[in-house]
Design a protein around this ligand. Structure first.
Ligand code: GLV
Length: 313
């Protein structure tokens, strides 16, 4: 790099790019923040902050040092197409954590209080009280116990839900009945009146929310998918709703986004849909997290959220 300024190339939502550029000008004048496709002098680009990355870009930026996802996940990137050896980092920042804690509270309470049914009854002007078990008798199973999963669990524990959690490798977290591995999953499913997916999408977790899994839940369980659309076999959910094995679902992510017009999830009386807004990277907090990581990188320190490419998250 010599005496030249290192550049960050941003690829993503234009409004966020402009907001971040403004903050970077005052907070990090030594770093030149560029917004794709205006890449400028390509040899100066040291960092990518991106949601997706156009194929062919890597051949043009020979001095790239690290790749940062602007979101909590990296599954939107084709990991095999990224230059090997460069750190790949997912976004960890407080606004995402806060959003997740709020979303799971909203979704779990909606399911426990039978809100999808009230929405339907309300549309026909029907005043009818439905019996709802108390939160203390509504155990929630959480798939995924990373930083977001732990924030979700804390939020639900505060509301009084008994919490069970499942992760790939064993964990011990106060207040959560933790399970791991295939046997642990069965134990969690058998007790979860509400199941929440917050897993990263990997080869191992794709399609995990399927008929065989639903069959292990208590009859009439509720489902929340806040992971990725690829976790859910959509036809299996429709069948489980039809049979009553699943009573209702709150879904924020879908195999195809935006959810296509005419998709059977639209207008389904037992499905509540939000358009992938469960957790959105904050403007100030997101750029602060990115900058803090770049500074760590410059000092040769460990990056927060560095992805293990073999593991996929
Ligand atoms: C949202 O889904 C994200 O990955 O930040």
């Amino acid at each position: 790099m010599g005496t030249k300024r290192a550049a960050i190339l941003y690829i993503g939502r234009a409004d966020r790019g402009e907001a971040w550029a403004k903050i970077m000008r005052t907070e990090a004048p030594d770093l030149d923040f560029r917004i794709f496709p205006e890449i400028g002098a390509a040899e100066e680009i040291a960092y990518l902050a991106a949601w997706t990355i156009p194929s062919g870009l890597f051949g043009q930026i020979p001095n790239l040092r690290a790749i940062f996802s602007v979101g909590a996940g990296v599954d939107q990137l084709d990991l095999a197409s990224l230059p090997p050896g460069l750190p790949l980092v997912r976004m960890i920042e407080p606004a995402l954590v806060c959003d997740i804690a709020g979303y799971v509270a909203m979704a779990a309470l909606m399911l426990q209080r039978r809100m999808p049914e009230y929405l339907t009854l309300g549309r026909s002007g029907t005043w009818r009280a439905l019996i709802a078990p108390p939160v203390s008798e509504t155990p929630v199973g959480l798939l995924g116990l990373g930083m977001l999963g732990q924030a979700a669990a804390a939020s639900l524990t505060a509301l009084g839900f008994p919490m069970l959690g499942w992760s790939r490798s064993p964990r011990k977290i106060a207040g959560i009945d933790c399970h791991a591995g295939p046997d642990g999953l069965a134990a969690l499913l058998g007790q979860s009146r509400i199941l929440i997916c917050l897993l990263p999408l990997t080869g191992e977790t794709r399609g995990i929310l399927n008929a065989a899994l639903f069959a292990q839940l208590p009859r009439g369980a509720g489902l929340v998918n806040l992971g990725r659309g690829g976790h859910l076999i959509e036809a299996d959910l429709l069948a489980a709703l039809e049979s009553g094995q699943i009573s209702a679902a709150v879904l924020d992510v879908f195999e195809t986004e935006p959810l296509p017009a005419g998709h059977p999830f639209w207008n389904h009386p037992r499905i509540v849909i939000t358009p992938h807004i469960g957790a959105v990277t904050g403007t100030e907090t997101g750029i602060a997290a990115l900058l803090a990581n770049i500074r760590r990188f410059e000092r040769g320190e460990r990056l927060e959220g560095e992805v293990d490419r073999g593991r996929g998250y």
